[in-house]
Design a protein around this ligand. Structure first.
Ligand code: TXE
Length: 493
C-alpha cells in the first residue's frame, strides 16, 4: 500500500477500494517517481455520488458568490506558495522543461484569479415586459455535478481551465487527471482542501480512463462532462453522454497550419515556426505542425528551419540547459516513430531528425529529435492526422487563395497562424481561416480572458473567457408578478 492516500472522495482521502496502485514514470530517464492509488470503478461511482450529494444538499450552491470568489483567490495564493513544487512535479511527470512548467503554473494561478473576478461581476439580466408589476429576470445557476477529465500534456493547466469556472459557478465535481500524469492534480486537490473547498465539492479519482470511463460518464447523476484529450475518446464520451442527454464539452486537439507569406518578418517567423511545433516536443493541441509557406521563399526558409532545429538542445526537463524534453512515454514515442516511418513511406522528404538522439546519456528517456518533412501534401496522413510529436510537415503555396484553401483543408479547427507584413492581407486571412484561435504575426499565445476551443473536429464548447464560465451555468428565466390578478382569459368561466 502506498503512503498517503491519493483519492479524494466526499472530503476524505482514500486508497483504492482494491488496494490497486500505479507507478508514475519520469519519461526523461524511465525512473519511477511515485506510486499512486489507482481508483476502481466503484471508487469512481462513490466520487460521483459524493459530488451529487454535495450539490443536492444545497449549501455550496447557496454560498454567496463573493465567498466562492474568495475561495478561488485562496486557492491561487496557495498555488503561488507551492509553485516551485508543482512545477517540479509537472516536469518529472510530463518531461517538459522546468521553464515550461513554471509558465504553466503561473497560468493556472491566473485562471483562478480571473474567474474569481469574473464571477463577482456577473449580474442578472432584467427584462422590461411592459408591466411594471412584473419582475422578469434571467439568472445563472450552477449546472450541477461535473466530471472533468484532463490529458497528460498540460495536466494541471488543462484541469484548471475546468475546475476554476466550475467552482466559481457553484458546481460540484469529480476530477480525473490522466493516469500518466496525476501528480500535480493530486497536489492541487490537497491545496483546494487547505483553501477550504467543502467536503464533496471537489472529488478526485485517478486511474485508467478505459476502466473508469463508464462509471464517470454513463450515469444520470452527472450534469456536465468537460473533456480534453484525443478524438477517439472524445467521441466515445459524447456517445455515452447522449444516452443521458448529459451536456458535454470536448477539446480534441488539432492539426494546426502556420502560414508564412514571403513578406513576413524572417527572424520572428523562423523562431515562432520552431517554437510553435517543437515546444514540449510537439505534444501541444495547438502545435503548429503544418508549415504552409510561400513558394518563393520555401527552400531558403526550410533550410534555415532545419539548421536551427538541429541546434535545439533536447534533454531532461530538470536540466536548465535543455530547451525541450522527452515525449511523455515510451508508448507515445512508438506512436510518433510510426508516423515518421509512415511519412517516409508516403514519399515526404525527411530534411532533419526522424530519429532518437544519439547521446547515450539520453538513452533511458523517451526522447525524439525535432523532425522536418518537406514536399508534403494533403494526401499524406502525416499532414492530416495529429502526430502529437516533434514533426513539422511543409506544404507550399503561390496565391493567397491557395493558402486559405490549404489552411482550412483539415478536419480539425483548433488554431492557425498567419505571418505577413501586409495588414490588410493579414485581416483577410484571419477572417477566412476556420479555426478557434488565429494568431497574426505571433504564435501560441493565449490569455485567461479570451475563449479557447475548436471548430469542426477539434471539439465543441469553449474554455476560458466568459464563455468558459457560462459552460458551467444553467440559464433560468424568473417571472415574478408582484400584483397577481385574474388572467381573464376564459371569460365564460
Ligand atoms: O488520450 P485520451 P491519449 C491526442 C493526441 C494523442 C491522442 C491519444 O493525438 O496522441 O490524443 O492520447 C481519459 N472515458 N491528445 O490516448 O485517451 C484518459 O484517462 C473517460 C490531444 O493519451 O483521450 C485521460 O484522462 N475518460 C489532447 C483523458 O481521457 C477516458 C491531449 C485523455 O486521454 C476514457 C492529449 C473513457 N472511455 C492527447 N478513455 C489535446 N486535446 O490537447 C480515456 N480517458
Amino acid at each position: 500500500m502506498n503512503g498517503n492516500p491519493d483519492l479524494l472522495i466526499g472530503g476524505a482521502w482514500a486508497h483504492a477500494a482494491d488496494g490497486g496502485l500505479r507507478e508514475i514514470v519520469n519519461p526523461a530517464d524511465g525512473t519511477v517517481v511515485a506510486t499512486v492509488d489507482e481508483a476502481t470503478p466503484d471508487d469512481a461511482r462513490s466520487a460521483v455520488a459524493a459530488a451529487r450529494a454535495a450539490f443536492d444538499d444545497g449549501a455550496w450552491v447557496a454560498t454567496p458568490v463573493a465567498e466562492r470568489a474568495a475561495l478561488l483567490v485562496r486557492i491561487a495564493d496557495l498555488l503561488e506558495r507551492d509553485k516551485e513544487e508543482l512545477a517540479h512535479l509537472e516536469t518529472v511527470d510530463t518531461g517538459k522543461t522546468l521553464v515550461e512548467s513554471r509558465i504553466d503554473i503561473d497560468d493556472v494561478i491566473s485562471v483562478f484569479r480571473y474567474y474569481a473576478s469574473l464571477v463577482v461581476g456577473q449580474a442578472d439580466r432584467l427584462i422590461d415586459v411592459g408591466d411594471p408589476a412584473v419582475l422578469s429576470r434571467v439568472v445563472r445557476e450552477p449546472i450541477g455535478v461535473c466530471v472533468l477529465i484532463a490529458p497528460w500534456n498540460y495536466p494541471l493547466l488543462q484541469m484548471s481551465w475546468k475546475v476554476a469556472p466550475a467552482l466559481a459557478a457553484g458546481c460540484t465535481m469529480v476530477v480525473k487527471p490522466s493516469e500518466v500524469t496525476p501528480l500535480s492534480t493530486i497536489a492541487f486537490a490537497r491545496s483546494a482542501q487547505e483553501a477550504g473547498v467543502p467536503a464533496g465539492v471537489l472529488n478526485l479519482v485517478q486511474g485508467s480512463g478505459a476502466v473508469l470511463g463508464a462509471a464517470l460518464t454513463d450515469t444520470p447523476d452527472v450534469d456536465f462532462i468537460s473533456f480534453t484529450g484525443g478524438l477517439a475518446t472524445g467521441k466515445t464520451i459524447a456517445r455515452v453522454a447522449a444516452e443521458h442527454v448529459t451536456k458535454v464539452a470536448v477539446e480534441l486537439g488539432g492539426k494546426n497550419p502556420h502560414i508564412v507569406f514571403a513578406d513576413a518578418d524572417w527572424a520572428s517567423s523562423v523562431d515562432q515556426v520552431l517554437t510553435g511545433v517543437f515546444l514540449h516536443s510537439g505534444q501541444v493541441c495547438s502545435a503548429g505542425t503544418r508549415l504552409i509557406v510561400e513558394e518563393s521563399i520555401a527552400d531558403d526558409f526550410v533550410a534555415e528551419l532545419a539548421r536551427r532545429a538541429e541546434l535545439i538542445r533536447v534533454g531532461p526537463g530538470l536540466d536548465p540547459a535543455s530547451e525541450t524534453g522527452p515525449l511523455v512515454s515510451e508508448a507515445h514515442r512508438a506512436k510518433v516513430e510510426a508516423y515518421v516511418e509512415l511519412g517516409i513511406s508516403e514519399g515526404a522528404k525527411l530534411v532533419t531528425g526522424g530519429v532518437r538522439p544519439s547521446d547515450p546519456a539520453l538513452a533511458a528517456g523517451s526522447f525524439f529529435l525535432p523532425t522536418i518533412f518537406d514536399n508534403c501534401d494533403r494526401s499524406m496522413r502525416i499532414v492530416r492526422e495529429e502526430t502529437f510529436g516533434p514533426i513539422l510537415t511543409v506544404e507550399r503555396f503561390s496565391t493567397e487563395a491557395e493558402a486559405i484553401r490549404l489552411g482550412n483543408d483539415t478536419e480539425y479547427g483548433l488554431a492557425a497562424g498567419v505571418r505577413t507584413a501586409d495588414p490588410a492581407r493579414g485581416e483577410r486571412m484571419v477572417r477566412a481561416l476556420r479555426h478557434g484561435t488565429v494568431w497574426l504575426n505571433d504564435f501560441g499565445y493565449y490569455t485567461a480572458a479570451a475563449e479557447w476551443g475548436g471548430f469542426k473536429k477539434s471539439g465543441n464548447g469553449r474554455e476560458l473567457g466568459p464563455t468558459g464560465l457560462a459552460e458551467y451555468q444553467e440559464i433560468k428565466h424568473i417571472w415574478h408578478n408582484t400584483a397577481p390578478k385574474p388572467a381573464e382569459w376564459f371569460k365564460s368561466v
